[in-house]
Ligand binder design. Sequence first.
Ligand SMILES: O=C(O)CCC(=O)C(=O)O
Ligand SMILES: [Fe+2]
Length: 303
Amino acid sequence: MSAPEARPLHPALGAEVTGLDVSRRLDDDEIRFLRGVFDEHGLVLFRDVDPDACDRARQAYLCELLRVADHVPSEEEAHALAEQQPGFWISNKMEGAAGPFGSLMFHADSMWSPYPFEILSLIAVDVQPPVTPTLFASATRAWTKLPDDLKAKVRDAVALNVSGPEYLPKRRVEAYEGRLSQGSRDYVPSFEWPVVRTHPRTGQELLYLCQANTHSINGLDPDASEDLIEQLFAVLYAPENVLTYEWRDGDLIVWDNWSLHHARPDVELEGPARTLRKIGLPMEQSIREASLIAEYHTVEVDS
Ligand SMILES: O=C(O)CCC(=O)C(=O)O
Ligand SMILES: [Fe+2]
């Protein structure tokens, strides 16, 4: 293969990497290169990847390699990580898959938990046109773009994060144009996080609140909280801060669930196949339990 290269996908985030065979273990130079690209862009894309050659264990290897700055997972570790999530799929066609229909507001996976995923990866196994894209927004870039007075307002703020649209302020759900779904769980997990956090690998500050999970900012009345949240979302989800990615079969994306949020427009159960194999790390026992979803239903908004 030719030497590895990275080509930015968008000014705010993301890079396509060529010249790396992700179906095998990488050597030290390749690892150094890939980690540098990942920490700079927050998302790496590989095209034309064979999902059988780059199997779930190889996908987990790449995620763990990029998640932990100074550790290269062994083959045994990669297999053990993959075995924690053998049935993790995003699909409108596979029985038991996550996110089978509906649109998803911008979120970082499991922000409602004390142990959110740090790294996520999807590989397109079967996507038929017209393709519903995935949108990615940069929470690190958003922080740098906030006006100083807004930075000062949220610097010490803490927010409550919930697990889905059903539990969000009505005002936000009503303003959203799209069909939302909610997973039914036995209980409603929630967690409070500071609104400004420091990325553990890059040391960059980032906005840690999102459209789909952040219920409110502590200490403010509901309208003041939502007003402030809307000002932050205006920067976070501004078009210049968002990459819209249209999947093709064999696309493999690994992204940083600290520094990026993701979303998608509507997917229909009866629509074209959209099946993506997923890895999310680290997978703590608590996330596994809280993620158990019996079924998804449409969120009704009373008007
Ligand atoms: O279906 C998509 O585009 C994104 C699904 C998602 O939210 C995820 O994989 O975490
Ligand atoms: Fe997600």
